[in-house]
Design a protein around this ligand. Structure first.
Ligand SMILES: Cc1cc2nc3c(=O)[nH]c(=O)nc-3n(C[C@H](O)[C@H](O)[C@H](O)COP(=O)(O)OP(=O)(O)OC[C@H]3O[C@@H](n4cnc5c(N)ncnc54)[C@H](O)[C@@H]3O)c2cc1C
Length: 395
């Protein structure tokens, strides 16, 4: 985009600029789902609206967008196309690591400028064969070669791997390091090779194209984040992941609620003067949706308050709070879509219609396994005995 058009785009806020991408995502959502294809049109629209670098500080060319801004946009996109929303969320989780942990490294600052200028899409390779969803352990290792390094990773899930401009990868610091002594590094597209090992033909989130790959790269060592991955995970990545994902899941739940409401309105019009019996269920859904919204918004406030104190970010109470956001919202989205299906009945069970909820249900079911809830609850259970729950009613 030229400087002139970039300035024109920035006359509007990021949320205003999202409008055209929302329409494009909504129109293509069913086709993306049916074909299990990358949502090319919607991602191009997000890039055209200059929305890929908005979290980056102004001094590096971005717009300093807050976590709340991004989560709100994830929610809006989630109402249009959950796969597009998840791609947007996963990209911004990666950008948030750059913003939080890359400002004191010249290479990462330059890269942030390029994310803004070239509207890069950044993918993530944390999951590994033999390790599964245990983000805090790696088998693969950085192998230094002078000022550069090589890395080979059995990356079983890399969403939009074939469409990314760069991928952030976790690995052991070196071949002698313990499995939890990890670093994270940014690798640009021309520095890596992807050999597909596992196709992505899944129940839901089909447009994320989260294939498995044998990932091989060679890159200069200054692309490795200077901070250990343990710090990156604890201080930004896990919280950002849970909150941005929760935004996407809220979007799915909100659209399911709208579809159920539209169905009931159509029913009510057929019998003027009477309220359809299922309206009671809709009233209950509004309660669930409000609860879900409260969990997400309180989680954002908790993160914003904690981030100014690194001790709080590393505290047991904060970890539990963020884990709880993930558990609560990943379960709520399924409950809400299920309730919507009970209201719209067979119309929701059919594919393709305006009350159809099959895609919503299939996308929602990914939430509990996207870092398995059992794994998260097991982590939390280790912490609960040493933590006192914060009973103050202030976020
Ligand atoms: C839509 C989608 C997109 C994704 N995109 C990416 C991506 O771009 N990059 C990426 O790296 N990953 C990605 N992932 C992977 C994701 O982050 C998880 O790593 C992955 O879903 C975990 O896979 P798993 O179920 O095989 O492994 P695990 O989490 O290891 O779970 C396997 C089984 O082991 C059990 N288990 C394991 N450990 C414990 C424990 N300590 N306590 C209790 N139970 C345990 C689980 O309950 C489960 O039954 C994506 C996943 C999804 C669904």
């Amino acid at each position: 985009m030229s400087n002139v058009s970039a300035k024109v785009a920035h006359l509007a806020s990021p949320r205003q600029r999202l409008a055209s991408a929302l329409d494009i995502a909504r129109v293509n959502a069913d086709d993306v789902d049916q074909k299990g294809r990358f949502p090319q049109e919607a991602i191009e629209a997000l890039k055209k609206a200059q929305l890929m670098g908005i979290m980056i500080p102004v001094e590096c060319g971005g717009e300093n967008a807050s976590l709340a801004d991004i989560v709100d946009m994830c929610g809006a996109l989630g109402q249009a196309c959950a796969s597009t929303a998840m791609i947007f969320a996963m990209h911004h989780i990666k950008v948030s690591s750059l913003v939080t942990h890359g400002l004191d490294s010249n290479w990462h600052r330059d890269f942030m400028r390029r994310v803004v200028d070239e509207q890069f899409l950044i993918g993530s390779a944390t999951t590994e064969g033999g390790i599964g969803g245990d983000v805090r352990n790696s088998i693969c290792a950085i192998e230094p070669e002078g000022d550069s390094f090589t890395l080979t990773k059995e990356a079983n899930v890399i969403s939009y791997g074939l469409n990314a401009d760069a991928i952030m990868v976790t690995a052991r610091r070196n071949t002698q390091a313990a499995s939890s002594d990890q670093v994270m590094t940014v690798i640009e597209r021309e520095q890596y090779a992807l050999q597909m090992t596992i196709p992505w033909d899944t129940l839901g989130m089909r447009g994320t194209c989260s294939e498995g790959f044998l990932f091989k790269c060679r890159a200069p060592s200054n692309q490795i984040f200077p901070h250990p991955f343990a710090e990156i995970a604890a201080q930004s990545m896990l919280a950002m992941s849970h909150l941005m994902w929760a935004g996407v899941w809220f979007g799915i739940a909100a659209d399911a609620t709208t579809r159920a409401q539209n169905y009931l309105r159509a029913e009510a019009r057929k019998k003027p003067g009477s309220t359809p019996p299922a309206a009671v269920r809709l009233a209950e859904m509004f309660v669930l949706l409000q609860e879900m919204k409260s969990v997400v918004m309180t989680g954002i406030v908790t993160y914003e308050k904690a981030k100014v104190h690194s001790d709080t970010l590393s505290s047991v109470g904060f970890s539990i709070a963020m884990n709880n956001v993930k558990i609560a919202t990943s379960q709520a989205v399924v409950d809400i879509v299920q309730s919507a299906m009970m209201i719209a009945g067979i119309s929701s069970y059919r594919t393709g219609g305006k009350f159809s909820l099959g895609r919503h249900m299939r996308d929602a079911l990914s939430a509990a396994i996207m870092v398995n809830n059992d794994r998260i609850v097991a982590n939390t259970s280790n912490l609960t005995l040493v933590s006192k729950y914060d009973t103050n009613l202030v976020a």
